[in-house]
Design a protein around this ligand. Structure first.
Ligand SMILES: Cc1cc2nc3c(=O)[nH]c(=O)nc-3n(C[C@H](O)[C@H](O)[C@H](O)COP(=O)(O)OP(=O)(O)OC[C@H]3O[C@@H](n4cnc5c(N)ncnc54)[C@H](O)[C@@H]3O)c2cc1C
Length: 359
């Protein structure tokens, strides 16, 4: 369904495809029609496109692996395809020859960047191997996996301000990173389009690989790998992930559907008395992080089918669109799970992916 204002805008840099169903542009494979859709492949193209589109609702998409799209988005979709990976010497006062900056375009496939930097002998991104999506989306929720979060290797990013088309540089502090969080999800939500991200990586020969995450440590032990290199960490993470997580191409999903809830220690004590085997991780400032997957599994949801959608039979945290369901099918199942977890454990789960259009 398209708006009466629907039109195809021709443009020099942004390749225009006109109204398009975004079914193939999101990993949950739900249908979503827009008024117009543009592929954005240069910063200049984006800047000259903005005056035409900035007064309509904008949906910025990378790989569509962390969004839930309702059947109609009444506005313009921008599919980020800005490419390029450049290695830059460190330009600050404490020049460190063991480190290097790598700057990647927002549209670069995240795992291509990880693979390329590891192969080139740089360490820092290997634990984040095989996370779907693009470089530009990675800071939005401060992606994390296997004991590492993006902010640990983040240097800076560039983003175009939607209101005036200016390129603005953000330092790490200015991004306000937290657990699955950044300033772009709240205070600056919908105001900037990220065009590139720069990371600070360490030469593999000087790197201290992070292998503290239990399943990674176990894998390395099982394979008798003791002097660990970034390439070995990458291989280990890829192997574990490929066995553990459903491939969205075969079982449409958005990865972890709920964030791990963080509760205060007093609540945790009370819960722990009732459920001594409950999985939890102590945090700073008297807080404790619970494993949302454990809660959902304990509540008996693993493998449960609800019409065209279901809870994955091996990963309770992953909801799968197994029979061409819609955003509403997925969101109703999520609501049922949330209510049940609140009743059983008194814990409120929060959805991780972003829903569009936003209510
Ligand atoms: C199988 C699977 C496993 C996953 N595993 C993990 C994991 O281990 N750790 C983890 O953290 N995440 C994980 N995810 C979630 C997802 O891959 C990440 O959040 C990823 O960074 C999303 O990238 P994307 O390009 O697909 O973003 P999209 O889904 O396209 O967009 C996500 C959000 O970012 C915004 N956005 C995208 N690009 C830009 C841009 N250039 N500028 C401004 N805003 C932008 C969008 O508007 C949207 O709000 C997983 C997903 C799947 C399907």
């Amino acid at each position: 369904m398209l708006s009466p204002q629907s039109k195809i805008v021709s443009h020099i840099n942004g390749i225009v495809v006109g109204p398009l169903d975004l079914l193939a542009a999101n990993t949950l494979r739900v249908p979503c029609s827009t008024w117009n859709t543009f592929f954005v492949d240069t910063v200049e193209g984006l800047q000259s496109l903005l005056p035409e589109v900035r007064h309509q609702p904008l949906l910025v998409l990378g790989g569509g692996s962390n969004v839930i799209l309702k059947p109609v988005f009444p506005g313009v979709a921008l599919l980020m395809r800005i490419g390029g990976i450049d290695y830059l010497p460190i330009d600050d006062a404490d020049v460190d020859s063991r480190q290097m900056l790598v700057k990647a375009g927002a549209g670069v496939v995240w795992d291509d960047l990880v693979s390329q930097t590891v192969k080139a002998g740089w360490s820092g991104l290997e634990n984040l191997s095989l996370i779907p999506g693009t470089v530009g989306a990675a800071p939005i929720q401060n992606i994390g996996a296997y004991g590492v979060e993006l902010d640990q290797v983040f240097h800076a990013l560039e983003a175009v301000r939607i209101s005036d088309g200016q390129v603005v540089r953000f330092s790490k502090e200015e991004c306000g990173f937290g657990y699955r969080h950044s300033v772009f999800k709240e205070a600056l939500k919908g105001q900037f389009i990220i065009t590139s991200v720069t990371f600070r990586l360490t030469g593999a020969e000087f790197a201290q690989c992070n292998t503290r995450y239990a399943p990674l440590n176990q894998y390395l032990d099982d394979h008798s790998i003791h002097r660990v290199t970034p390439e070995q960490v990458r291989k280990a993470v890829c192997d574990i992930r490929s066995h553990k997580l459903p491939d969205p191409a075969k079982k449409p999903n958005v990865g972890s559907f709920f964030k791990n809830p963080v509760i205060d220690e007093a609540c945790w004590q009370a819960l722990h008395e009732r459920f001594p085997s409950m999985v939890s991780y102590p945090q700073e400032a008297g807080q404790v992080k619970l494993a949302a997957g454990w809660l959902i599994d304990q509540a008996g949801w693993k493998g449960r089918v609800s019409g065209r959608v279901m809870v994955h039979d091996k990963q309770a945290l992953v909801l799968v669109n197994h029979e061409a369901g819609s955003a509403d099918d997925i969101l109703s199942l999520a609501e049922e799970i949330k209510n049940d977890i609140r009743d059983k454990f008194g814990v409120t789960l929060e959805i991780e992916p972003q829903v569009y259009p936003q209510e």
